[in-house]
Design a protein around this ligand. Structure first.
Ligand code: NAG
Ligand code: NAG
Ligand code: NAG
Ligand code: NAG
Ligand code: NAG
Ligand code: NAG
Ligand code: NAG
Ligand code: NAG
Length: 416
């Protein structure tokens, strides 16, 4: 902490106490910025009794130090029908934006979305902007923030399902955007805590919004984004490649109009969406060119991410507790490069990559062990586990509830 900052804040707190006898309410996130902190990670307790964001600082040796828990002022939830980890059956339940200096999180149990600003001097300090807003559907599970950091879209996976987008107002919070509430028209399982869809994401050009939809087989639903930010009235359906069937996650392939998905049936899918155009009628199917990638030993591969440093994609399997690294050639041919087993039975879920102090680390939430596994992405094909950090103790000291089966989400923020 810089002494000048410390000094100014001591003075202002003393001034406040002198002027008003009311006790100072110390936010659980702490009051003073620690400018030595380079990066932060965030995950959700997703508890039905009250959702909290657990905040950690990240160090250049891979160390994760849990610092605080911050209420979203909403409720978490768990899908009906199973009691195990992966409660929202989603990727992207918590998302950050480096450009917007924002963090957004879903409250599936309240059908709301919470927005926070991230302090760019100390990213472990987050403060809520405005009230949580209605997702205008049921059981929101996933969020996407555009590259400009001025729009947030949510995916509702319950009986009232589909997407909806908000503009970011730095003082009011999330403001609903006209003509973005779009239904998937899915008849979901008996809900409202159903799983009708898993992940929402923008393509790399940010001119399409895409959701992975549950079905037999599942498919991609793609909306065009108009100049004013509104969505095309109808979505285009792209069916999975031969061999695939359960597209779960979406990660944009940089510089292309292609996406990769973790696929719960085979391992992974590669979707070339070049030439997939806006649907002019409901339920229009575009061919799309896609290919499935068989991942050896795969059980339920659900999450995916991309590393700038290695240029490769990483897929996380909750059942096998394994991370698989995949290379995509220029022509989008996928090759499995290496596999990294994590602790068996730890239920590895959401994942985020951050460059901290010249190293690039992958942070994977292991639901069953309430911990975050850290892999150092040293080189292509050479990811190395450098630690596993349990967030149980910070939950206890913060006085909040954490259940292994309810935790979800993983996002990171690195100081500019
Ligand atoms: C949204 O639609 C309403 C009603 O048509 C209109 O008054 C308002 O200006 C629109 N908002 C934006 C941001 O375009
Ligand atoms: C959307 O689909 C409906 C139903 O097929 C159709 O009537 C409508 O014209 C479509 N809208 C656009 C803009 O393509
Ligand atoms: C589109 O598909 C949904 C779900 O299968 C169905 O409910 C709806 O009627 C279909 N719409 C049209 C215009 O075919
Ligand atoms: C991955 O693919 C890229 C693009 O084709 C290629 O340049 C690179 O050498 C590949 N890396 C590995 C580790 O296979
Ligand atoms: C795509 O690239 C891979 C690796 O560079 C190569 O083996 C393969 O033949 C190429 N396929 C096509 C269709 O060009
Ligand atoms: C999580 O832990 C429970 C209890 O030990 C176990 O039954 C279950 O298989 C684990 N789940 C996963 C996905 O590993
Ligand atoms: C990867 O590069 C993109 C584009 O420069 C950047 O937006 C993103 O933050 C980088 N990701 C990481 C983990 O550094
Ligand atoms: C991985 O990186 C470590 C540290 O740089 C090195 O010692 C090891 O030989 C590398 N392993 C492979 C398979 O490249």
């Amino acid at each position: 902490m810089k002494s000048s900052v410390f000094f100014v804040q001591i003075i202002s707190i003393l001034g406040f106490v002198a002027a008003a006898p009311t006790p100072v309410v110390v936010p659980r996130g702490g009051v003073w910025a620690d400018e030595s902190i380079q990066a932060a990670a965030y995950l959700m307790t997703n508890e039905p009794s009250g959702n909290n964001i657990i905040v950690a600082s990240l160090a250049s040796n891979g160390q994760v130090t849990f610092k605080s828990a911050v209420s979203t002022r909403g409720r978490g939830a768990h899908v009906t029908g199973n009691n195990g980890p992966d409660p929202l059956m989603s990727q992207g339940s918590i998302e950050t934006s480096a450009t917007g200096q924002l963090l957004a999180a879903v409250n599936a149990g309240s059908s709301t979305v919470s927005l926070f600003s991230i302090n760019p001097q100390d990213p472990t300090m987050i403060s809520q902007i405005g009230e949580p807003v209605s997702s205008e559907g049921e059981f929101p599970v996933s969020l996407a923030i555009n590259k400009k950091g001025d729009a947030v879209c949510v995916l509702n996976a319950g009986q009232v399902n589909g997407v909806n987008c908000f503009a970011v107002d730095k003082s009011l919070g999330l403001v609903r955007m006209n003509n973005t509430l779009r239904s998937l028209n899915l008849v979901a399982d008996s809900g409202p805590s159903a799983s009708a869809a898993h992940h929402v994401a923008f393509n790399d050009a940010n001119d399409q919004l895409i959701a992975t939809v549950v079905g037999t087989p599942g498919y991609l639903a793609i909306w065009d984004i108009q100049q004013d930010g509104s969505l095309s009235p109808n979505f285009t359906t792209v069916n999975p490649p031969s061999g695939g069937g359960g597209p779960f996650s979406l990660t944009a392939v940089p510089g292309t109009n292609a996406m990769v998905s973790a696929d719960t049936v085979i391992g992974a899918d590669v979707w070339d969406l070049d030439g997939v155009t806006s649907a002019t009628t409901a339920n229009q199917t575009a061919p799309g060119r896609s290919a499935s990638v068989a991942i050896s030993g795969q059980m339920v591969t659900c999450w995916s991410t991309f590393s700038n440093k290695t240029g490769n994609f990483y897929f996380v399997d909750a059942g096998a507790a394994t991370v698989t690294e995949v290379n995509l050639s220029q022509n989008l041919t996928a090759t499995v490069v290496n596999q990294y087993p994590q602790v068996a039975g730890s239920a590895t879920l959401d994942v985020s990559i951050a460059a901290v102090g010249g190293n690039e680390f992958m942070y994977v939430i292991a639901g069953n062990t309430t911990s975050v596994d850290v892999l150092d992405l040293r080189a292509p094909g050479n990811a190395t586990n450098v630690g596993s950090f349990n967030f149980g103790p910070i939950a206890t000291s913060s006085g909040i509830t954490v259940n292994a089966a309810n935790v979800q989400g993983m996002a990171t923020f690195v100081k500019a």
